[in-house]
Write a protein that binds this ligand. Sequence first.
Ligand SMILES: CC(=O)SCCNC(=O)CCNC(=O)[C@H](O)C(C)(C)COP(=O)(O)OP(=O)(O)OC[C@H]1O[C@@H](n2cnc3c(N)ncnc32)[C@H](O)[C@@H]1OP(=O)(O)O
Ligand SMILES: O=C([O-])CC(=O)C(=O)O
Length: 392
Amino acid sequence: MTSESNDIRKGLVGVLADKSAVSTVGKKDIGLTYRGYRIEDLAKECSFEEVMFLLMRGHLPSASELRALKQRLVKARHLPNELKVALEQLPATAHPMDVLRTGCSVLGTLEPEEVDNVKMTKDHEPLLRIAERLTGSFGPMILYWYHYHVSGVRLDVDSFLEDDDSLSQVFLKLLFRQSEKPDPLHNKVVDTSYILYAEHDFAASTFASRVTASTMSDAYSCIATAIGTLRGNLHGGANEAVMHLLEPLKDTQEGQQMVDQKLKNKEVIMGFGHRIYKNGDPRNAVFKDLSRELSKRPEGKPALYAISEHVEKLMEERKWMYANADFYAASAYHQCGIPTYLFTPLFVVARTSGWVAHIVEQRSANKIIRPSSHYVGPQERDMPSTFVRSKL
Ligand SMILES: CC(=O)SCCNC(=O)CCNC(=O)[C@H](O)C(C)(C)COP(=O)(O)OP(=O)(O)OC[C@H]1O[C@@H](n2cnc3c(N)ncnc32)[C@H](O)[C@@H]1OP(=O)(O)O
Ligand SMILES: O=C([O-])CC(=O)C(=O)O
């Protein structure tokens, strides 16, 4: 082992990569906070739109600031025809996260960020407007693609929506193609999940977006990078993976067999563990309460909730491992009738606020992010004498 290889921090574990004033995650004696406000208070007192404003602009909105944001979000729902055509061309078999990543890129070609914005100016408003545009259009975008490919319907977004619909109401109304306001508990689940998922410091997707921002790339490229990173099962994709794990299980006994088998095979159980939280994820209690509340309704799934709770208990007993935010998000979303492959796209709607708050920070005090590697390849060598140079 050389001294250089001793310096490697695989997975960048424990590396402080920069300063940030957006959120606190796993800091000593502080819980999860966004801009200083406790996540539990934000989940109880705020709408997602207020939290989105807070993350992007650093303070809670006044009544008039909130009104103006909501008006901009109504405009942001609009899908240009070129984007709809592109969504129709994508295969029905595509993963919705690939659809959103592509939709983000398509919008970036139709409404590109001005090159001047990308320069490290103090005026971040144009970037924030793009983030609002993406946040407002991601729900309609994924659901346009979904309905076109599942039922052959070209979704007329405006025919279902009213100006006072929140982002969570927009998603649920368009998903179920209904003009009436969604079930209040379903709406609370989606709105609260947006708040809980909105920001998490230097999580992999956020860090990825900061790497892209650090090269002075445009806003859409930063967000597309982040979507691609969030998609993986070790990160945001875990909420879908949890559902795939739990759905086939009939009762707690089958839950126990699943845990036994996976631990015996040294397989990872989705929805457990965390790089930062070793004693539990503060968002879990909120998601768990929502999942429990849904399970008690006549149309709820008490067996799914009971299996989830049993698996959680076994993981604590056997591995001292705790559920992360994605574990109960799965059974909560499922009980709202949301198809599993749309779980991670909901995360994208929420996290775009956090991503953009970090892109603003990166642009405000930029240094290109470019670590080094410890080289372990072949020694320097000559080209083989037998090598015939290509004539091409
Ligand atoms: C919103 C979010 O992104 S939250 C995270 C969502 N991801 C998941 O739920 C996927 C499942 N969890 C995992 O894969 C991991 O816990 C991660 C990716 C979240 C964190 O990874 P790391 O910080 O590298 O893991 P960590 O160092 O804590 O792992 C320590 C040990 O616990 C094991 N372990 C970690 N998570 C799990 C799990 N979910 N199930 C079983 N064993 C696990 C690891 O295999 C490792 O074992 P080893 O020491 O024998 O090699
Ligand atoms: O912080 C992380 O590594 C992952 C996470 O929980 C999140 O992004 O919400």
